[in-house]
Design a protein around this ligand. Structure first.
Ligand code: DAH
Length: 343
């Protein structure tokens, strides 16, 4: 008689194994655990079991019932709401995924794109020049003589012994190589290869051995502009810069031209913009500008009697700082994503 229990058990286990959905499970329940199921019948057959086997038979039959009931419950839970058997962990495919971290252009790059866009609309083309320059293009052709303090080795990243140290050779084309200290070099390179009229801007890195602080960095970007034509006047310069400032910063931006001096322009001015410095609004210099000096035209073979022009060179980081209210230039170059992803 005990044989019968073992048989029923193995039959039940294999039936349960092949159950594929809720309907199949229900058929299993009815067949084994239902009122007329095999387990009930087994219990009913207890009376015909010989007396000495009764306790063992009863115990084993009970164990079988409990085992099948708990197997049945477990299996029932493993079917999802749709009644299909679930294999892996539950996945809700309708839930939004984890967003991937997307990169973006650096705020300085965004600023450069914006500047080129505004000057592009004003009719300026784009020119480029090398970051490793020679003394001729960085100084000489720009009317900066050998004894000028801007050529001091302490204020430049020379890659070779400066020719200006030797005096006379300084004013010949060429000279020592250095990391350019200004993008005005590109004015010379463009005029050397292009006949007038000229209307270009050039953006790039410049290098100066400055101590790093909130407003100075040893590498920064400038946007250089050059406009050469017949009868260009200071009015054209002023109009261009003011229109640029209003187009780029908004009509409410306050800018002014302040008289200044640069060897390659005459007259010269500095462009200031009102911006927040710590807790108050103050004039901050964005860069220099002026009417191209006749000596510069002569250096590139333009006739200063026929041609006139204006030029400007503005700090790109300053512009970005004014645009976004950034108060420390060093933040732009620390590459802290928490800072950069605000822009
Ligand atoms: N190159 C000058 C500087 O780095 C800025 C500048 C002044 C550029 C006057 C110009 C200019 O084109 O006309 O300080």
């Amino acid at each position: 008689m005990l044989e019968q229990i073992t048989q029923l058990q193995s039959q039940a286990v294999s039936d349960l194994e092949s159950v594929a959905d809720l309907d199949g499970l229900e058929r299993f329940r009815v067949a084994y655990l239902g009122n007329k199921g095999s387990v009930k019948q087994l219990m009913a057959s207890l009376k015909s079991v010989p007396t000495e086997q009764k306790p063992e038979f009863g115990k084993r039959a009970n164990e079988l019932r409990q085992a099948l009931e708990s197997e049945y419950k477990q299996r029932k839970q493993s079917f999802g709401d749709d009644g299909q058997r679930q294999t892996g962990p539950a996945v809700d495919v309708t839930e939004p995924g984890t967003a991937a971290d997307l990169g973006r252009p650096h705020v300085v790059t965004q600023t450069i794109d914006g500047l080129l866009e505004v000057f592009g609309r004003m009719g300026f083309g784009v020119a480029t020049g090398p970051e490793v320059e020679d003394e001729y293009h960085n100084f000489v052709a720009l009317n900066i003589p050998a004894e000028h303090p801007a050529r001091d080795p302490l204020d430049n990243f020379y890659l070779q012994e400066p020719a200006s140290a030797g005096g006379a050779v300084a004013d010949l084309p060429g000279g020592a190589q250095l990391l350019r200290s200004q993008t005005s070099t590109v004015q010379i390179r463009v005029m050397e290869t292009t006949p007038p009229p000229v209307r270009i801007v050039s953006v790039g890195r410049v290098y100066r051995p400055d101590e790093h602080d909130a407003t100075h960095y040893s590498m920064f970007h400038q946007i250089e502009g050059l406009y050469v034509d017949r009868n260009v006047s200071m009015v054209d310069l002023k109009t261009t810069l003011i229109q640029f400032a209003h187009a780029y910063f908004g009509a409410e931006a306050e800018v002014r031209l302040r008289p200044s001096y640069f060897p390659f322009t005459e007259p010269s001015a500095e462009l200031d913009i009102k911006m927040q410095v710590k807790d108050r609004w103050d004039w901050v210099e964005l860069g220099g500008c002026g009417m191209v000096d006749p000596n510069v035209f002569e250096a590139v073979g333009y006739d200063p009697e026929q041609w006139s022009g204006f030029a400007f060179g503005l700090g790109v980081e300053r512009i970005a700082m004014r645009k976004h209210g950034i108060s420390d230039i060093r933040w732009l170059f620390e590459n802290d994503v928490r800072f950069l992803k605000q822009f």
